[in-house]
Design a protein. Structure first.
Length: 348
């Protein structure tokens, strides 16, 4: 398999059949080879810099009913909340003092936050913190809405496509949702000039090797500035409560393949990775990741934004432990930097 990994490294692309072979005939040795190579590529493009994003989970209301998600609208056990504008500004203030220069506003698809409210919020944050990047992660919207947020000052947008295979998408979502619409949203975001982030769940229910091949091919075609992947972890109050979680090994291998295929990409070591293994994020960084996203949300609501069971809500995940995170990254030869951490167009 090493020749396929080398080819991906050199040419930044494989055929569908080559991806299929790589995913089905991998071994512990080839996994490690890919991860070490990806770590080298990360260092070539971004050096030892690890970028932090201050995550603000501002609402857990959601109109959608995705079968895997703990804040799905049918979950009657979810303790719903919305942060006020004052709460959100307080999170930004705390984050700025800690050295964060990117804020990520993440929430369910909550109709309470109209375009007017969101535009006002975006403008307010950018006026106070003009040297910071603002990322939105608030789901599927119209082109007009995306344009309004962009004009108000939003820099980036995260919208995980979850799976690029339409048939698989239908197994994870109710009939009113469409994978094609989600992928079209990503194309619109790119067109409008956002630094755009897509991504898929690793080991989601019913996922096949062919689904994964489609994910890699879609991401290569989209050429996003950011890719977020993490292991599927079941939530007790969803239809998938008894499904097996995605694995650490698969996630690390796919992170490595993404770094080799998209060498300049901003690639987070996600909270889910830190949830399934105590050193998950360090292992993610050593497999090509270069972003971590500590939580800036008020402690009182962190446990309410429970997308899956066991999500880490305190300790190193908390933004107050930014210095613990710095020490953990220093232990593997990396540095948390006070920087917007923009996408780099570096040609190797």
């Amino acid at each position: 398999m090493k020749h396929l990994i080398d080819k991906l490294h050199q040419e930044q692309m494989l055929s569908a059949e080559e991806f299929r072979t790589l995913l089905t005939e991998r071994s512990e040795e080839t996994d490690l080879y890919a991860r070490e190579l990806a770590d080298q590529v990360r260092q070539q493009v971004y050096g030892d810099a690890i970028y932090v994003r201050g995550l603000i989970e501002f609402t857990n209301y959601c109109k959608n009913d995705c079968y895997y998600c703990g804040i799905r609208r049918s979950n009657r056990n979810a303790q719903r909340y919305r942060l006020t504008e004052e709460d959100i500004f307080a999170c930004c203030r705390e984050g700025y003092e800690l050295g964060f220069r990117t804020f990520v506003l993440q929430g369910g698809e909550d109709g309470y936050y109209t375009d007017e409210k969101l535009v006002s919020l975006i403008r307010g944050i950018k006026e106070i913190y003009p040297d910071c990047a603002l990322t939105l992660s608030i789901g599927e919207k119209s082109e007009e809405s995306y344009r309004a947020y962009r004009e108000a000052g939003a820099d980036r947008y995260l919208l995980r496509h979850e799976t690029a295979c339409e048939e698989h998408y239908r197994k994870l979502h109710p009939a009113e949702m469409s994978g094609e619409n989600r992928r079209n949203c990503l194309r619109i975001l790119k067109k409008l000039g956002y630094q755009t982030g897509a991504g898929f769940m690793v080991g989601s229910p019913f996922q096949t090797v062919d689904d994964l091949v489609e994910d890699f091919l879609f991401l290569k075609d989209l050429d996003p500035e950011m890719v977020g992947i993490g292991p599927f972890i079941a939530h007790q109050d969803t239809p998938f409560c008894d499904k097996e979680s995605g694995t650490l090994e698969d996630t690390l291998f796919y992170l490595a393949l993404l770094r080799l295929m998209l060498p300049n990409v901003l690639l987070p070591a996600t909270t889910a990775l830190g949830t399934i293994h105590p050193k998950g994020r360090e292992l993610g960084v050593r497999s090509g990741a270069n972003v971590v996203m500590p939580n800036l949300s008020p402690v009182s609501v962190r446990k309410k934004y429970m997308l899956y069971d066991g999500k880490i809500c305190t300790g190193d995940e908390a933004a107050e432990c930014r210095y613990c995170l710095s020490r953990r990254m220093e232990a593997i030869g990396c540095q948390i930097v006070t920087d917007r951490g923009d996408y780099r167009t570096v040609h190797r």
